[in-house]
Structures are given as structure tokens and as C-alpha cells.
Design a protein around this ligand. Structure first.
Ligand SMILES: *[C@@H]1O[C@H](CO)[C@@H](O)[C@H](O)[C@H]1NC(C)=O
Ligand SMILES: *[C@@H]1O[C@H](CO)[C@@H](O)[C@H](O)[C@H]1NC(C)=O
Ligand SMILES: *[C@@H]1O[C@H](CO)[C@@H](O)[C@H](O)[C@H]1NC(C)=O
Ligand SMILES: *[C@@H]1O[C@H](CO)[C@@H](O)[C@H](O)[C@H]1NC(C)=O
Length: 318
């Protein structure tokens, strides 16, 4: 009997403590911030007050919250020497409005999940070591007013979806490795060359650089295709490879045939004129070289043109 009583009292006490600590547990946004922090290298120990034992993250360094529901509205940690990556967990901060992590040492890609923070108004990621492309769904961030991704190592095409951001007032994609045509559409038409400087492979009206190669065909495919350039589909690259191999082998066969026929001609001539052979030989070798060069030039330039149209055709068909 005594034993049962003791157990009952113990269970009451433990459930009471569980309930009371439950009401003091860190909010969902707080837990998300701890996940984000876990992928950072905080060498200066700036984030020492980001403590799992707190109830709310709203007083943590660099964090602001919406006044009514205490959801996180802003992460403001520029010039903090933070290393590491931007965790995909950021997508869980659904009421985030400002993300300022410029002038740190973050690497890795801009997580696709950032496009789930649909209330974002300002993204400052200038001067880090970010790689990869801009997530195409960035066009979903309809409140976005400021997007500064300058001075990183970002590459790929500029998604035309940025043109859908009607509230965008400041765009800076300078000093990266973006390439292809800048879509001249929507808000993307409103920015000039100093939003794009330092990306040598960009072309388009905004940078006063026509999108043509020296041979006269467009440097990039139309926008719909260029949006996928950040994550190129594997299948089409296989097809292009296959085509390339096909064209190369055709060229090789043609070259071999031509060499063979010229060789045959030489043999015949040598038979007819046995005298003066040394002179003749060198003359004929010269001729052989000239003609094979001619073949190489004609059959090299032609397939490059047709290869482009073939691969386009294949892509359409797939
Ligand atoms: C964290 O940063 C410090 C200084 O920037 C560096 O020495 C250290 O190697 C980094 N650690 C990791 C795990 O990246
Ligand atoms: C962005 O919007 C498109 C179309 O409305 C939708 O299919 C897609 O899932 C959205 N992406 C995100 C990350 O919410
Ligand atoms: C940028 O464009 C302006 C005119 O819009 C021009 O004066 C300036 O030289 C351009 N700068 C570069 C680097 O092309
Ligand atoms: C974009 O950033 C670069 C370097 O970070 C700067 O030189 C340039 O003036 C900025 N352009 C705009 C439009 O703010």
C-alpha cells in the first residue's frame, strides 16, 4: 500500500514539472534558429545568448520579432565573421521579413527553402562566398523590395521570375559569375548596368551588350530554358554528348576517306612518273596537307551550326 502511494505521489510531481517546463519551452521559431545556428561557425562567439533554455528568441542577438505573436521577423547579423552555410531550416521562419547576413564568410548555396519565407522584404547576402544559382521560385516572394547578392560566387542564368517581383526597388547581382541573357521583363527591365557589373558573361540591354557570339547566333537559349540552367537536366546533356560523338565520328570518317583517296591519287601519279620523285613527293605532301585542312575547316564550321539547331530540336521533342 505504502509503495503504491509513493508511486502515485511521484507520478503527480513529475507530470506537474513536465507541464510547467512545457509552458516555458523554447518556441518553434527559437528551435529553428538553433538549427540555423548549428550550421554556423561563430568564431567570435557573437551568438552566446542564443540559449535553448530561453522561452523566446526575441531578445537574442540579431533577432527581432513581430510584437503580437512573437514570431521572428528579422535576422540581422552582418559583419559577424560567421562561417558555414545557410541552413534550409530557414524556410520554417514563415514570417521572416528581413534577412541580413552580408559581410560574413558563408558558403554553400542559397537554400531553395528561402522561397517559403513569403513575407520577406529584404535579403542582404552581399560579400560572402555563396555558390550555385538563384532559386527560380524567388519570384514567389511577392513582397521583396531589396535583393542584394553582390560579391559572391553565384553562377547560372538570372531567373526571369525576378521580373515578377513588382515591388523590387533595389537589385544588386554585381561581382558574381552569372551568365547568359538578362531577361528584359517586368522589374528586371528597370535596373541598369550597376546592378549587374562584374559578371563578364552576362549580356542584354541592361548591360549594353548584345547577346550574340562572333558567329552570329544567339549566345543563350530563350528564357524558359535559361531558367533551368542553374540545375541543368541530365538527359539533354546526354543527348548533346551523343550528338557530338556522332558528328565527330562522321567528320573523322570523311577525313579518313579524303586522305585515302588522295593517297591513292599519289600512288597512281608516282607510278606514272618514276623520275624526279623527291620533288614530286614533297609537292604532293603539301597538296595533301592543304586539302585535309580544307576539309577540316568546312566540316568543322558546318556541324557546329547544325549541332546547335539539332540539340534545340531534340530538346523540343523531349
Ligand atoms: C571557424 O572559423 C575559425 C576562424 O574563422 C577557423 O579558424 C576555424 O577553422 C573554423 N572552423 C570550422 C569548423 O570551419
Ligand atoms: C511558388 O509558386 C508556384 C506557383 O504558384 C508553386 O507551384 C510553388 O510551389 C511555389 N514555391 C514555393 C517554394 O512556395
Ligand atoms: C553604365 O551605364 C551608364 C549609362 O546608363 C554609362 O554612362 C556607364 O558608362 C555604364 N557603365 C558601364 C561600366 O558600362
Ligand atoms: C552593387 O554592388 C557593387 C559592389 O558590391 C557596388 O559597387 C555597386 O555600386 C552596387 N550597385 C548598386 C546599384 O547598388
Amino acid at each position: 500500500m505504502k509503495m503504491v502511494m509513493l508511486l502515485w505521489i511521484l507520478s503527480v510531481i513529475s507530470s506537474a514539472t513536465l507541464l510547467s517546463t512545457g509552458s516555458l519551452a523554447l518556441s518553434e521559431d527559437g528551435l529553428t534558429l538553433l538549427e540555423i545556428m548549428s550550421t554556423w561557425n561563430d568564431s567570435r562567439n557573437i551568438l552566446a545568448n542564443w540559449q535553448a533554455t530561453d522561452e523566446s528568441p526575441c531578445k537574442w542577438t540579431g533577432i527581432s520579432c513581430h510584437p503580437h505573436d512573437q514570431r521572428v521577423s528579422s535576422i540581422n547579423l552582418p559583419y559577424m565573421e560567421l562561417g558555414g552555410i545557410i541552413s534550409p531550416s530557414i524556410g520554417k521562419l514563415s514570417r521572416l521579413q528581413r534577412l541580413a547576413l552580408h559581410q560574413n564568410s558563408l558558403h554553400g548555396s542559397i537554400p531553395y527553402e528561402i522561397t517559403q519565407c513569403t513575407e520577406l522584404r529584404a535579403i542582404y547576402l552581399r560579400a560572402n562566398y555563396l555558390q550555385g544559382g538563384i532559386p527560380a521560385d524567388i519570384g514567389n516572394l511577392s513582397h521583396l523590395t531589396i535583393l542584394d547578392l553582390s560579391s559572391n560566387s553565384l553562377k547560372g542564368a538570372i531567373p526571369s521570375a525576378i521580373g515578377r517581383l513588382t515591388r523590387l526597388r533595389h537589385l544588386n547581382l554585381s561581382t558574381n559569375f552569372f551568365s547568359g541573357e538578362i531577361p528584359d521583363f517586368g522589374s528586371l527591365s528597370t535596373f541598369g548596368n550597376n546592378s549587374f557589373i562584374g559578371n563578364s558573361d552576362l549580356c542584354g540591354r541592361q548591360v549594353h551588350k548584345p547577346c550574340r557570339t562572333s558567329l552570329g547566333f544567339p549566345a543563350v537559349l530563350p528564357h524558359a530554358a535559361s531558367d533551368e540552367a542553374a540545375v541543368p537536366p541530365k538527359r539533354s546533356s546526354h543527348y548533346i554528348k551523343g550528338l557530338l560523338i556522332g558528328v565527330m565520328s562522321t567528320m573523322a570518317i570523311i577525313l579518313l576517306c579524303s586522305l585515302y583517296s588522295f593517297g591513292f591519287a599519289c600512288y597512281q601519279r608516282r607510278k606514272e612518273l618514276p623520275r624526279n620523285t623527291q620533288k614530286l613527293k614533297s609537292k604532293l605532301i603539301k597538296k595533301q596537307v592543304q586539302s585535309s585542312l580544307l576539309f577540316m575547316v568546312t566540316f568543322h564550321i558546318l556541324p557546329v551550326r547544325s549541332l546547335k539547331s539539332w540539340s534545340l530540336l531534340m530538346k523540343r521533342m523531349l
